[in-house]
Design a protein around this ligand. Structure first.
Ligand code: C2O
Ligand code: CU
Ligand code: CU
Length: 426
C-alpha cells in the first residue's frame, strides 16, 4: 500500500506449509506465510513502513540487512516483538539503490528462526540507477540462495545447539544444509530469453559460502551497497553469508534450447547445484551495461578520527571454543565502541578462522586485506568475509542516527553463540 509519500507493508509472521520438495509439505515460519517472504520494493528517499505482526509462538525481531535505519527500527537483538504483538518498523530509505534483505534477528535464536523461513529480499531503487540501460522488469531477478536439510517427510532439520557434549562441537562451524534452494526451491529452472539479465544474488544461508559460476562470463555490477563505479567481468562470484552481488548474464551468447547452469564451485554433488536457466526464446533486447555505472565516493582513511580493533579470534567459553569479539561474548547492554556521529573511523578486523563480519547502520569500504589494497575502485559493503588468519581494515562513516547498533559474525550460529558486539553512535 502507498499513500502520502509512504510505502506501507504488512508482514504477518506465521506458521504455514510450503511445497519445497516436490509432493512433500514442509512446515515453515514465513513472513506472510511464505518462504522466502515477499520481495519488498522501496524507493530512495521515500519512507517504507513495515508493520510486523507476530503470530508465531516465539518472540521475533525484524532487521533490514543493509538498511540505513534509525536505531528503534534496526532490530536490536533484544527489541523483541512478543507472540501476538505487532510493531511498525520505519525505514527512511535515505540510501543508494541496492539489493538488501530482511530477516529475523532475535538474540540467541536468529539461526533457527531464519532457517525456518524468516527471510526475504528488499530492493531499493533510485533515479540515477533507473536512468541506466540495465535490464529491468522480468529481466531483473532477485535470487535468494540458502541451504537447508530435510527429513524424509519434508520437515526441515535443524540440529539443536544445546550444550550437550558432542552436539555443540559438531556445529561449531555453523549449520549447513545439504540442498541448495533458490527463492525457496531446489535446483529450480528459470526460462530466459536470449537477452541480458540482471541477477541479484543474495546469500541468505546460515553458514555456507558459495562460489557461483555459470561457466561463462558474468559482468559484476553491484555489491552489498549497490552499483559499482564500473562493471567488471568475472568468471565466478564468491558470497559469504549475508553478502550480495549483482551480475549481468547475457544469454544471447547461448543457443536456443541451451541449458545454462548456475553452479556452486565450493560445493560437491547436490551442494554444487544452484539453478538452471533454459534459453527458450528470442526477444528484442535494448539493454546495455554502460562503462560507468555510478559515482562511488571513496572514504578517506586519512580523515579517520580513530582506528579500532575487533578481534574475532576463537576464545574459550563454557570450557569449549567460544565465538567472541575482543574476547567477550555479546552483552546487549555493553557497548564495545562509541563512535561520534559524522566521524570517519577505521575498524581493523582480525581472526584466526573465517567469519563473515557484518556492520549495521552504515556501509563501509574495504581498505586492505593483510595489508594489501583490494584491486579495483572502492565499493560499498556491509558484510565482508574475514578468512582464516586475515586482517581486514574497513573504513566507514557514522551518519544520520545516534543510538545502539551491532557488529557481528553473519554465520548465524556464531552470532547466536554470542559473536556480536554492540556499539553506540553518540
Ligand atoms: Cu543480516 Cu545483523 O544481520
Ligand atoms: Cu544487518
Ligand atoms: Cu563466525
Amino acid at each position: 500500500r502507498s499513500a502520502g509519500g509512504v510505502d506501507f507493508y504488512e508482514l504477518t509472521e506465521r506458521a504455514a506449509e510450503a511445497e519445497v520438495l516436490p509432493g512433500l509439505r514442509t512446515p515453515i515460519w514465513g513472513y506472510g506465510g511464505t518462504f522466502p517472504g515477499p520481495t519488498i520494493q522501496a524507493e530512495r528517499g521515500r519512507r517504507t513502513v513495515v508493520k510486523l505482526i507476530n503470530q508465531l509462538g516465539e518472540p521475533t525481531v525484524l532487521h533490514l540487512h543493509g538498511g540505513h535505519t534509525p536505531p528503534e527500527s534496526d532490530g536490536y537483538p533484544t527489541d523483541l516483538v512478543a507472540p501476538g504483538a505487532a510493531r511498525e518498523y520505519v525505514f527512511p530509505m535515505e540510501q543508494r539503490a541496492a539489493t538488501l534483505w530482511y530477516h529475523d534477528h532475535r538474540m540467541d535464536y536468529t539461526g533457527p528462526q531464519v532457517w525456518r523461513g524468516l527471510a526475504g529480499m528488499f530492493l531499493v531503487r533510485d533515479e540515477p540507477e533507473r536512468a541506466l540501460p540495465l535490464p529491468d522488469g522480468e529481466r531483473d531477478v532477485p535470487l535468494l540462495i540458502c541451504d537447508r536439510s530435510f527429513a524424509a517427510d519434508g520437515t526441515m532439520l535443524y540440529p539443536g545447539l544445546e550444550n550437550r557434549p558432542g552436539v555443540r562441537e559438531a556445529y561449531m562451524g555453523g549449520v549447513l544444509g545439504d540442498v541448495i534452494l533458490v527463492n525457496g526451491a531446489p535446483w529450480p529452472e528459470l526460462r530466459v530469453a536470449r537477452a541480458r539479465y540482471r541477477l541479484r544474488l543474495c546469500n541468505a544461508s546460515n553458514a555456507r559460502v558459495y562460489e557461483l559460476t555459470t561457466g561463462g562470463p558474468m559482468v559484476r555490477i553491484g555489491s552489498d551497497g549497490g552499483l559499482l563505479a564500473a562493471p567488471r567481468t568475472v568468471k565466478q562470484v564468491r558470497l559469504a553469508p549475508g553478502e550480495r552481488a549483482e551480475v549481468i548474464v547475457d544469454f544471447a551468447a547461448y543457443k536456443l534450447g541451451q541449458h545454462v547452469e548456475l553452479r556452486n564451485l565450493a560445493g560437491e554433488g547436490a551442494q554444487g547445484k544452484v539453478l538452471r536457466f533454459v534459453v527458450d526464446r528470442d526477444e528484442a533486447d535494448d539493454s546495455a551495461v554502460p562503462p560507468r555505472l555510478a559515482v562511488v565516493e571513496a572514504l578517506d582513511p586519512a580523515k579517520a578520527t580513530v582506528t579500532r580493533d575487533f578481534d574475532f579470534s576463537s576464545g574459550s567459553m563454557h570450557g569449549g571454543v567460544g565465538w567472541l569479539i575482543n574476547g567477550r561474548p555479546f552483552d546487549p547492554k555493553r557497548m564495545e565502541a562509541r563512535p561520534k556521529l559524522g566521524d570517519i573511523e577505521v575498524w581493523r578486523l582480525t581472526s584466526d578462522v573465517a567469519h563473515p563480519v557484518h556492520l549495521h547502520l552504515d556501509a563501509f569500504q574495504v581498505l586492505s586485506v593483510n595489508g594489501e589494497r583490494p584491486d579495483g575502485p572502492p565499493e560499498w559493503k556491509d558484510t565482508v568475509e574475514l578468512r582464516d588468519a586475515q586482517t581486514v581494515e574497513i573504513v566507514t562513516r557514522f551518519t544520520d542516527y545516534r543510538g545502539r547498533y551491532v557488529l557481528h559474525c553473519h554465520n548465524l550460529e556464531h552470532e547466536d553463540m554470542a559473536m556480536m558486539a554492540g556499539f553506540e553512535v553518540v
